[in-house]
Design a protein around this ligand. Structure first.
Ligand SMILES: [Zn+2]
Length: 253
């Protein structure tokens, strides 16, 4: 089965961006991952790569789609202009907002220019959810943003971890909200609970769940094995392991 990892970052333990890129591509090959999304940081200097670094180093790499982090906290006007430039040049294919890592609500008015770009170019908006400080992208906040910007495709990274079942249920009716499974197989002590929540969601909204690992923060192989082990149909697996990801990026591939 083809595998599209919708949520990856550059590994931090290499000195140069080029070496980080090569290490990431080698890990993908080892794990049979054919395509993937690499998400940059929102800061302009970062060990996982800034928007500029990620967009530039992957501009010659056909199977990687760069999603640019953006934040009102870091050189917002300049970064917005850069983001729009990379998206218009097809060097970036999406936008990431770090709600919770940063004190910014998904429906904050300050993000209006971000959604304007997403609407204009048809690129998805990914956002952090769950873990620590989940209030910035709680289900209610996500509902407000998804209603306000109903033409935008949202991707809820980590599915409000660890409250996956509640997250899927609360947002099932919002057809412009997708879910990436990154980091949710991190703690196998609650593995059964996670599996059940994802299996139920796949039956209910099979076209809106995408595989992601959060490599290099989390283990890619472990995430693949975990979700390959779901008790769902092969057809449903093909949706979550690559077809839905291709649909989200359909106009950009
Ligand atoms: Zn991540």
């Amino acid at each position: 089965m083809k595998i599209f990892d919708f949520h990856m970052h550059l590994p931090i333990d290499f000195p140069t961006a080029e070496e980080k890129k090569n290490a990431l591509l080698a890990e993908m090959r080892r794990n049979g991952v054919t395509k993937g999304v690499v998400i940059s940081d929102s800061a302009t200097e970062s060990e996982i790569g800034s928007l500029r670094e990620c967009a530039e180093i992957f501009s010659d790499t056909d199977n990687i789609y760069v999603v640019g982090g953006i934040s009102p906290y870091f050189d917002y006007a300049e970064q917005l202009a850069l983001l729009e430039k990379y998206i218009s040049e097809k060097k970036a294919s999406g936008i990431k907002i770090y709600c919770g890592h940063e004190p910014i609500y998904l429906d904050d008015e300050k993000l209006r220019p971000v959604y304007r770009i997403a609407e204009e170019y048809g690129v998805p908006v990914l956002f952090h959810s769950g873990w620590d400080d989940p209030q910035y992208s709680s289900a209610d906040v996500i509902k407000r943003a998804a209603g306000l910007y109903s033409n935008v495709k949202f991707v809820c990274c980590h599915c409000c971890y660890p409250k996956l079942a509640e997250c899927f249920e609360a947002l099932a009716e919002f057809e412009n909200v997708y879910f990436d499974l990154s980091s949710t197989a991190d703690n196998l002590a609650i593995g059964e609970e996670i599996k059940t929540a994802v299996e139920n969601a796949v039956r209910n909204i099979p076209k809106r769940i995408v595989f992601g690992s959060d490599h290099a923060c989390c283990d890619q192989r472990r995430h693949i094995d975990f979700f390959m082990g779901l008790d769902i149909l092969d057809k449903e697996k093909s949706f979550i392991f690559y077809k839905n990801a291709e649909d989200i990026l359909a106009t950009l591939l």
